[in-house]
Design a protein around this ligand. Structure first.
Ligand code: DC
Length: 225
């Protein structure tokens, strides 16, 4: 039987990273943040001054990039071509530019291959936008995490504040809505909630409650397999 996959998709700020990591830890599964891979390639293009319109160069760059992901001592590490880029990829300019990289099918195909390899060795909790629809359409569990825009903005605000970055609520909201719009409406691998997804609205739930919900779905499904 194939290794187990819990696919966790949803918009920015829905709690995907927090929940996915905790669930992976509880079940002793590998945690994979696919957004970090799109971010890493975006950062590399920015550093190399490759224009986002130059698809051919970007595809070539992606083919020649090594990305390693580790979840070590409670820290998620992203190593690109041997360099630790874990913090740099979270910067706002990178967030904004990631949609260019994410809209190139050839680049997605390269990343899909990398993402599918994790399942060859491990049971995984993988988070992103297209995990249940494109990466693992046969995932044993597909979860769509969501929350109201106000709640997602509030979470992002606190997260930035913790990082020492002061951003206005209005600006965060505007950028988040733009990103939602792009993620949900792009032609290639948009964020969608298929009929085979479990939908969890996390707006009024605690982290523990969401984790417990996912774990109980897992136990249920596992007993039936
Ligand atoms: O989850 P995140 O905010 O780190 O993702 C960064 C961007 O990457 C997001 O705007 C959409 C894109 N992305 C994607 O297109 N597909 C994925 N599986 C994960 C992220």
């Amino acid at each position: 039987m194939k290794n187990f996959v819990i696919a966790i998709d949803g918009p920015a700020g829905s709690g995907k990273s927090t929940i996915s990591r905790l669930v992976a830890k509880k079940l002793n599964f590998l945690y994979v943040d696919t957004g970090a891979m799109y971010r890493a390639l975006t950062l590399k293009a920015m550093k190399k001054n490759i224009p986002f319109q130059n698809k051919e160069k970007l595809i070539d760059m992606a083919k020649n990039t090594e990305i390693e992901l580790y979840d070590e001592d409670g820290k998620f590490k992203v190593i690109m071509d041997g360099e630790d880029v874990s913090e740099e990829i979270r910067k706002e300019e990178v967030s904004k530019n990631t949609s260019y990289i994410a809209s190139i099918l050839e680049i997605r195909k390269i990343l899909w291959e990398m993402q599918r390899k994790f399942r060859e060795k491990y049971n995984v909790v993988m988070e992103g936008r297209d995990i249940g629809s494109k990466v693992f359409p046969d995932a044993q569990i597909k979860i769509y995490l969501d929350a109201s825009i106000e709640e997602r903005v509030k979470r992002r605000y606190s997260q930035l504040k913790e990082m020492g970055i002061e951003e206005s609520i209005e600006k965060i909201k505007k950028e988040m809505m733009e990103r939602d719009q792009k993620d949900k409406n792009r032609e290639i691998a948009p964020l969608i909630k298929g009929d085979d997804y479990y939908y969890i609205d996390t707006t009024n739930l605690t982290i523990d409650e969401v984790v417990e919900t996912v774990i109980s779905i897992y136990k249920n499904i596992k007993d039936r397999l």
